[in-house]
Design a protein around this ligand. Structure first.
Ligand code: PEP
Ligand code: MG
Length: 584
């Protein structure tokens, strides 16, 4: 019997249509590391186990909240299942057994969970009872989740995804997503994740159609099923009928034709109808993006998220490794400026090596994130700065500091840059004759509100509207449950952007915007109207934004921005933005 076509919806976060075969991320076996621990390491190991348990409870809690919105009986069934998992994480033989093994056998937490699971499975295996077999599956599921949380890296199964796969997973971290190979994977869909987190940003960077936050998907899709992911509408179709596949294939062709049309814009100047030039730069996460960035004719890299160099590896990259990567990028940009943001680990961007070394605060959105980590553990910062300074010998480079809140952070960072430059000079190591300009991200509300003070110490501003929106509205960028509240058009966010841009203009320092709103043509007129003349975005967005710039009249955009900035109602702001776009 042909399986029934099923449609699910989530957040379409990366445009395009992926047609392929489901590859479940969690389906692969996880390598369980096993090692002995000293007596004095027992407490630390127990803490690791308990952190993994807390993490698992949080993950299941999020799934449970999403399950409520499932249709009909599915909601109840899913809730019962997830409640059983939560119960098991509170108190069960699995957890107690693992704790005992850590203390008595002095083994690591992953090995202890695995050993306990093996023993429980052995005890169950002789009983021919369907109920108990189902319970054993639950225990396996919880144990696998704990081990995944402890190992803190994805199972290797996405590497082994066959060509034409669509990855289906409960959640993909930005680091997981960075490992997807667009030559093999044609898209992905997850149960958890918001539209503004770095997983979504990475999907757009790799050009992979993606839908996040579709909770019911996990019950409906199995490895080997045919699947369509529509990253524009947020729809996912499992076991599509031939007619559905044909319709989506037609849409795929149209998208292809459209992007070919846009590519012809590469050599057209980026100027408004009334002759004002606007710089269009690219955001970059991985060196593989160099090709697409040069294809769209970006006028430089406005944001290089250097933290991706630190992910998916057990150690911190050495100065030479960082230098080689940066030099390739700077040379590849052929004289166009490259804005290298120093390490911004934190929030949803995790690097195992830094977490292990510096603790959990590193992964908190309000913790030791960005410049705070760099100044607290200066050796990592110094190594990175030396690599950047060396890369400056290959072409124009700018240094961008993330998560700045005070001028003293800029001054401290500048002193360290100077110190590193002296260090390299002494050793006669090549770098640009002038120190690179040192700019700051304006992405914390406190920084935006004191932008005029920060402008005294910064050489340029890059407005990070993603975090500025998240921190201003207190909405987690990567939590699908509050995704509908995330809104960069909220008057508070617009006022902070305007204030920061005006502070930079008054201090006569360059200012750009590099959050996701810069790459959305719906917002182009408003951003120009607020005084911005440099936009940095994912490469694929450049042609459409350029088209919008060429269609608009700056004087009219400024007038509309003034009207918008007088509004306090978000709905009215949306209406005024849409209405202006429709006029052009
Ligand atoms: C931002 O916060 O807007 C930004 C560009 O930085 P990231 O998305 O990497 O946090
Ligand atoms: Mg940011």
């Amino acid at each position: 019997m042909t399986p029934k076509e099923q449609t699910y919806t989530g957040l379409g976060v990366s445009p395009g249509i992926g047609i392929g075969v489901v590859h479940e991320r969690e389906s692969g076996a996880i390598d369980v590391p096993e090692y002995s621990i000293p007596v004095k390491g027992v407490d630390t190991e127990l803490e690791r186990l308990h952190a993994a348990v807390t993490g698992a409870r949080r993950q299941i809690g999020r799934l449970r909240a999403k399950a409520k919105s499932l249709p009909g009986l599915a909601a109840g069934e899913m809730e019962i299942l997830l409640d059983a998992y939560i119960q098991m994480l509170k108190d069960s033989r699995l957890i107690r057994g693992a704790e005992n093994r850590i203390a008595s056998e002095r083994i690591n937490a992953e090995a202890a969970v695995h050993a306990e699971l093996t023993e429980i499975s052995g005890a169950f295996s002789n009983m021919d009872d369907a109920y108990l077999a189902a319970r054993l599956d639950d225990i396996r599921e919880v144990a696998a989740r704990l081990i995944r949380n402890l190992v803190k890296k994805p199972s290797l199964s996405t590497h082994r995804a066959p060509k034409g796969s669509v990855i289906v997973a409960e959640e993909l971290t930005p680091a997981d997503t960075a490992q997807l190979d667009p030559a093999r994977v044609v898209g992905f869909a997850t149960a958890l994740g918001g539209a503004e987190g770095h997983t979504a940003i990475m999907a757009r960077a790799l050009g992979l159609p993606a839908v996040l936050g579709a909770a019911e998907l996990l019950q409906g899709a199995s490895s080997g099923d045919r699947i369509i992911v529509d990253g524009d509408s947020g729809r996912i179709v499992i076991n599509p009928k031939p007619a559905t596949i044909a319709a989506y294939e037609r849409r795929q062709k149209e998208i292809h034709q459209e992007s070919k049309r846009f590519n012809t814009m590469r050599n057209q100047p980026s100027i408004t109808r009334d002759g004002i030039p606007v710089g269009l730069q690219a955001n970059m996460e991985l060196p593989v993006q160099l090709g697409p960035i040069s294809q769209v004719g970006a006028s430089g890299i406005g944001l290089l998220r250097s933290e991706f160099m630190f992910m998916n590896r057990p150690d911190i990259p050495s100065e030479d490794e960082q230098y080689e990567i940066l030099r390739t990028i700077v040379k590849g940009m052929d004289g166009q400026p490259v804005t290298i943001r120093t390490l911004d680990i934190g929030g949803d961007k995790i690097a195992a090596s830094l977490l292990d070394r510096f603790g959990d605060s590193v992964s908190s959105a309000l913790g030791l994130r960005g410049i705070r980590l760099s100044l607290a553990h200066v050796e990592v910062f110094e190594t990175q700065l030396r690599a950047i300074l060396r890369a400056s010998a290959a072409g124009p480079v700018r240094i961008l500091l993330p998560m700045i809140t005070t001028a003293s952070e800029i001054r401290k960072a500048r002193d360290i840059v100077k110190q590193m430059a002296r260090n390299l000079k002494r050793r006669k190591i090549a770098m640009a004759p002038e120190l690179p300009p040192i700019g700051v991200m304006i992405e914390v509300p406190g920084a935006a509100l004191s932008a005029d003070a920060l402008a005294q110490d910064a050489d340029f501003f890059a407005i990070g509207s993603n975090d500025l929106t998240m921190y201003t509205l207190a909405i987690d960028r990567s939590d699908e449950q509050v995704a509908s509240l995330y809104n960069p058009l909220h008057p508070s966010v617009l006022r902070l952007i305007q204030f920061s841009a005006e502070a930079a203009l008054r201090a006569r320092i360059p200012v750009s915007i590099c959050g996701e709103m810069a790459g959305d043509p719906r917002f182009t007129a408003l951003l120009l109207g607020l005084g911005l003349r440099e936009l940095s975005m994912t490469a694929a967005a450049i042609p459409r934004v350029k088209q919008r710039i060429r269609d608009l009249d700056l004087l009219a955009a400024e007038a509309r921005a003034r009207v918008i900035m007088d509004q306090v109602d978000v709905g009215r702001i949306h209406m005024l933005v849409d209405d202006f776009n429709a006029l052009a």
